[in-house]
Ligand binder design. Structure first.
Ligand code: 5CA
Ligand code: ZN
Length: 414
């Protein structure tokens, strides 16, 4: 599937100092050392395209973009893969409600998403695949899981054949990523697409692997598993494998995906006999008016609406930068106004001529310290206010605007 046009990239000469990133699985912040020397592989979970990009999505893809930029700055080649969940309950339900074909709904939202990513100067993924276009791989994976004795049927009353579940007890990988106990898992499993109480399941957290065809739903032929459509988690395993091969370095996404999605994606990979990711990076949740911004709650602030109303996308990026990526925070119009003023100050400073190697070094150091964007902003503020000490004659890059662009995707030339 077509992604979007990446912003022009002019990396600084490689710093060679590794990125330190917080890993949800170990709970520690540690240097990223790619499995393949010189080449880092990153996967970020993509959108379910039934509504436009909101600020929560933007924050998550901004964080992944910073990971990419930080890895590049250390001199690594970076490859990124991203999915589009175009076959899933909420999308199919929305399409049905609105009387549109699910493919059309998905295509229109995917297009809006691409425009938003481009406006925000997010680097496009090398591999960008929807579930519907990955169906051959997904079917091969669920059939392999069946052949390996990991799948079991659960009868349903509204379909011709059974639904199929992944038996987590075989590999015992439940909780490997999240580290959560079962009580904590149970608190969120149902609201995040799980069905802990369905009769016939062997384990409460066993995920749906293949759902038998229901009337009015799209379906594909999967041999001994019958006609149907995939459950959620297997898509990211297949798309990661296609784009990156398994295992890969970093799995990224919002913290709402720690459990069940990333936990169970990794469990699917293990059941296929492959380890999944080395590091799991999660961004915090953006709220609006006190509640997590979510399509199901409807309390959304859309990127394209802000842009249409004349907001400079770089001001949106500055709001995102003002919050450490791992913290949960509330979007506010006040902060957007502050960011717009800040952008004007930074641009004025860049226009005055912004050679200052110490600031460039501070920006790099902030980025590689677990994406410490508040520290980077503080360095830019000091520079823009003219309070930064006169640059000692040091080696290394000194153009602050070029560094803000390469490291943080901030265009200060406008
Ligand atoms: N398609 C799946 C992932 S395979 C999905 O979660 N789609 S989504 O459209 O619901 O979310 C897309 C990405 O945005 C995910 O990485 C999710 O963790 C992140 N996200 C969703 N809501 C928020 C929010 N309020 N704040 C921060 N990130 C969010
Ligand atoms: Zn995913």
């Amino acid at each position: 599937m077509e992604s979007w046009t990446s912003p022009s990239l002019s990396p600084l000469p490689a710093s060679g100092v590794p990125l330190r990133l917080h890993d949800t699985r170990t709970g520690r912040t540690a240097p990223i050392t790619p499995l393949t020397p010189g080449r880092a592989r990153l996967y970020v979970c993509g959108i379910t395209p039934y509504d436009a990009t909101h600020l929560g999505h933007a924050a998550t893809y901004h964080a992944a973009d910073l990971v990419r930029r930080a890895l590049r700055d250390t001199g690594l080649e970076v490859e990124m893969a991203q999915n589009v969940t175009d076959v899933d309950d909420p999308l199919l339900e929305r399409a049905q409600r609105d009387g549109v074909d699910w493919r059309e709904l998905a295509a229109s939202q995917v297009e809006l998403f691409a425009e938003d990513m481009e406006a925000l100067r997010v680097i496009a993924p090398e591999t960008y695949r929807s579930v519907s276009e990955s169906m051959d791989r997904i079917i091969a994976a669920v059939r392999t899981l069946h052949d390996r004795g990991r799948a079991y049927p659960v009868e349903s009353d509204d379909a011709a054949g059974p639904d199929w579940y992944l038996d987590l007890s075989v590999d015992g990988a439940l909780g490997d990523v999240s580290g959560w106990g079962e009580d904590q898992m149970l608190e969120v499993f149902a609201e995040r697409g799980g069905d802990p109480d369905r009769p016939g399941k062997r384990g409460r957290f066993d995920p749906l692997l293949w759902r038998a065809e229901r009337e009015g739903e799209p379906a594909w032929e999967a041999g001994e598993l019958g006609r149907g459509r995939p459950g959620w988690h297997v898509e990211c395993v297949c798309i990661a494998e296609e784009g990156l091969d398994l295992p890969f370095d970093i799995q990224a996404g919002g913290s709402d995906l720690i459990f069940p999605h990333h936990d169970l994606s990794a469990a699917h990979a293990v059941a296929l006999g492959r380890p999944f990711a080395t590091t799991y990076a999660h961004s915090g949740m953006v709220a609006y008016q006190g509640e997590k911004m979510s399509k199901s709650l409807g309390n959304l602030v859309f990127v394209h609406r802000l842009v249409r109303d004349g907001v400079d996308p770089m001001a949106i990026r500055l709001v995102l930068m003002a919050h450490h990526y791992r913290s949960d925070w509330d979007w506010s119009d006040q902060e957007l106004a502050t960011a717009a003023e800040r952008l004007a100050r930074f641009r004025a400073a860049a226009a005055r001529g912004g050679h200052h190697p110490a600031t460039v070094e501070a920006l790099r150091a902030a980025l590689r310290a677990d994406l410490d964007t508040p520290a980077a902003l503080a360095a830019l503020e000091t520079w823009a206010s003219g309070a930064a000490a006169a640059a000692a004659p040091t080696a290394g890059p000194g153009d602050v605007a070029a560094a803000a662009d390469a490291l943080f995707g901030l265009d200060l030339r406008g």
